[in-house]
Design a protein around this ligand. Structure first.
Ligand code: 5AD
Ligand code: SF4
Length: 473
């Protein structure tokens, strides 16, 4: 999901300016904020654009081919800027962070002379030193997985900075993955699974809520594998963490992403059943509908296992809306296998979904299989799958028209006088509303459904009785 927040305005003073461009998933959005927090004690402020910055960091993603290619073309543009800035006597320091940085390390410095430092996601707490040394002319790579807990060393943002980031915040609870799906680079770029301790997470969540945050999305590459860390947490799980977070006064909404079907446990179903604060939406990737392909992907579940989980979820929370990830054209996928994916999609009925053509990632087992599917077949299958998924999400949005939903107004809308936010089901909602309502959860009558969003009007407050079940407002 792209980061559509507007950066703080660049002040006209002598403070060093930082610009971070974020690619990829929400975990990178969270990491970019933590990188800003790490540099804030050194006086760094957020610049609106690279040309206003003294330090530019590209926070990269390696999950699919295009992501890395985009980074290299952005570095090409930055080279021109860096040369122009040298002539003006205002040097520009350029760093690359995130998964491409982790995967390429020294190679990145060799391939792109414009880059001053390369930093992997486990070393962000070391950024202040890295940036200083890079400014002194060193070219550096820091891609080890250090033994210290980076979260303990990363400073918390001020209340003002937190509020500036909006009322819906991310909180990374777990990093890395031990699942080793055969198509995926994450276990290599993000390392093995590490859970943050419960007490650290509750403190960070309270800090966010004190600053005015109303909704927290817990993040992890394999978020429902979170199991706590340290003494009291030894036997914990994500369900219990959600129950503990729901106790925080002022925190109105909880979400979590991304989950693996193998790690859906009883406490998590109980959380969906019992916690009104846990929003009725779950992103639960299945990737494919054919058991043969699921096995080749090392997903450790069958299509039937997944469908049973969906039944259980709907039992716990009948109005839950579902989202998923799909890969078409995995090595060895036949027409019949692909039809099984289409059938699974019909059986589940998704509110929204992400679908991709399989892409060969270096170093992953599937990349070297000889049964690669031709590009034209992948293109055709993706088009068919997306047509079905789009139809389902259009139907889901259309069924929202006429309902009154609670919406957390987290940003200004595209048009003047408009605010925008998210429904409990994570649908984007636009409406005319006074600016002072930004940050509030308000009832909205949904009037129309569009391709990827809804629009509506503020409901009469007396209408809140008819809010869809479980809304926190
Ligand atoms: N090719 C295509 N899609 C991939 N994903 C991960 N690796 C690949 C790959 N090699 C997709 C999966 C995952 C999502 C984040 O990206 O669907 O769930
Ligand atoms: Fe990648 Fe599979 Fe881990 Fe998800 S569960 S991050 S797809 S290896």
């Amino acid at each position: 999901m792209p980061d559509d927040r507007t950066p703080d305005s660049a002040p006209e003073n002598d403070k060093p300016q930082l610009f971070i461009k974020t690619y990829g998933c929400q975990m990178n959005v969270y990491d970019s904020d933590r990188m800003s927090d790490a540099l804030a004690p050194k006086g760094y402020e957020t610049a609106k654009a690279p040309d206003a910055a003294d330090v530019v960091i590209l926070n990269t993603c390696h999950i699919r081919e295009n992501a890395a290619a985009k980074v290299y073309s952005e570095l090409g543009r930055l080279r021109i800027l860096k040369e122009a800035r040298l002539k003006q006597g205002r040097p520009l320091t350029i760093g690359v962070a995130g998964c491409v940085a982790q995967a390429e390390g020294q190679e990145m410095l060799d391939r792109a002379p414009v880059v001053d430092f390369v930093v992997g996601s486990q070393a962000y707490h070391r950024l202040p030193q890295l940036v200083e040394r890079a400014k002194d002319g060193e070219r550096l790579v820091e891609t080890d997985f250090p033994t210290e807990d980076k979260f303990e060393h990363l400073p918390q943002p001020s209340k003002k900075v937190t509020l500036g980031r909006g009322p819906a915040a991310f909180l990374t609870v777990q990093e890395g993955c031990d699942k080793f799906c055969t198509f995926c680079v994450v276990p290599y770029t993000r390392g093995s699974e590490v859970s943050r301790p419960m007490s650290q997470l509750l403190d960070e969540a309270r800090g966010l809520v004190d600053a005015g945050v109303r909704e927290i999305t817990l993040l992890g590459q394999n978020v429902n594998a979170w199991h706590g860390n340290g003494l009291g947490d030894a036997a914990s799980n994500l369900g219990r963490l959600l129950f503990a977070l729901a106790e925080i006064d002022g925190l109105e909404r909880l979400r979590y992403t991304t989950s693996h079907p193998r790690d859906m446990h009883d406490d998590l179903f109980a959380a969906h059943r019992d916690l009104d604060k846990l929003m009725p939406y779950l992103h639960l990737p299945v990737q494919a509908g054919s058991d043969k392909i699921l096995k080749a992907m090392n997903r450790q579940h069958t299509a039937q296992d997944y469908l049973q989980l969906i039944d259980k979820l709907r039992e716990a929370r009948p109005d839950i809306s579902l989202s998923g990830d799909f890969i078409v054209g995995f090595p060895g996928e036949t027409d019949e296998d692909f039809e099984a994916t289409m059938q699974l999609v019909r059986d589940v009925g998704y509110a929204q979904a992400y679908s991709f053509k399989y892409s060969q990632r270096p170093g992953t087992p599937a990349a070297v299989q000889e049964t690669q599917v031709p590009e034209d077949v992948k293109v055709e299958r993706l088009a068919r799958l997306q047509a079905l998924l789009n139809e389902q999400s259009r139907d889901f949005n259309a069924a929202s028209v006429g309902k009154t939903m609670s919406v957390l107004l987290d940003r200004v809308g595209k048009r003047d006088g408009q605010l925008a936010g998210r429904s409990p089901y994570l649908q984007a909602v636009h409406l005319d509303a006074p600016m002072h309502l930004r940050g509030e959860i308000v009832p909205v009558v949904i009037e129309a459904a569009h391709a990827n969003s809804l629009s509506g009007k503020l409901a009469d407050i007396s209408a809140t009785d008819s809010l869809v079940k479980g809304d926190a407002a």
